[in-house]
Design a protein. Structure first.
Length: 258
């Protein structure tokens, strides 16, 4: 598969308990950076358009469903470039292992792998009280605000974004059961030790308070994958500084296709 296909057809994967609508205006930013490319999003099982369906509790099964959905929507007619956040990054890695010819390139954002990083770094121990408190919060706005305070460092965006995320939850709520299944899948996933031949990139926010930046460093060090580090952004890097992400992806694609 020619590397020249990288960056022509983007497919975006979100993370734990989040759906395509949580990208906000980032797909538009990416489209502006790649005006001749297509930009598509897809939901993980149990979220978004699939919120009423049970999520599998393994990354392998989640990956199989996501790929099936991509096929159904005609998104794999040509090799895609994955941009995958957190749990989505685990799905991207498994996809690369099973169906490498589907994918022209992949960028993994603030992800982590069991076996490379201990559990207290994959979900930073300092975040445990806040995380379990938000699972029990019944007020949707307060819950989404608490999530934002955990994954974002852009305090000036909290009120507006929490309102938007509350509206998403009111229409397509993710169930506690599906959240637990996704957590279980992420916690148990141990990736193949084989480095994919597909061009890879890691993007990391050094201000991530949910997943320790050391987890991205561990992936970089294990397989010598290129990495760009944002000095202050949090776990939701595309929310905190989407323009930076789009520009780094543009730099990477230009290098990859030379």
């Amino acid at each position: 598969m020619p590397e020249a296909a990288a960056g022509q057809h983007w497919l975006l994967l979100r993370g734990l308990c989040r759906e395509a609508a949580h990208w906000g205006n980032f797909p538009d930013m990416l489209q502006q950076a790649f005006p001749r490319s297509t930009v598509s999003t897809i939901d993980l099982p149990g979220t978004g358009r699939y919120y009423q369906e049970p999520s599998p509790d393994s990354i392998e099964a989640i990956t199989a469903q996501v790929r099936g959905q991509a096929l159904d929507y005609g998104l794999l007619a040509k090799p895609v470039t994955l941009l995958a956040l957190s749990l989505g990054g685990m799905v991207a890695w498994e996809w690369l292992q099973r169906y490498p010819h589907d994918i022209a390139a992949a960028a993994l954002v603030n992800t982590s792998f069991a076996g490379l990083s201990p559990f207290y770094r994959r979900m930073r121990w300092q975040s445990y009280p806040q995380f379990f408190q938000l699972l029990l919060e019944r007020d949707l706005y307060l819950r989404e605000l608490a999530i934002l305070q955990l994954v974002s460092n852009r305090q000036n965006l909290y009120a507006e974004t929490a309102k938007a995320w509350t509206a998403i939850q009111q229409v397509r709520p993710i169930s506690l059961a599906n959240g637990i299944r996704q957590l279980k899948a992420a916690a148990r996933y141990r990736p193949s030790q084989k480095k994919p031949e597909t061009p890879l990139l890691i993007l990391n926010g050094r201000g991530d308070r949910l997943v320790a930046p050391a987890c991205s460093d561990a992936i970089h060090n294990k397989w010598q994958i290129d990495i760009f580090k944002h000095p202050w952004a949090g776990h939701d890097l595309c929310l905190d500084d989407g323009a930076w992400v789009a520009n780094r992806l543009k730099d990477w694609i230009n290098q990859t296709t030379v």
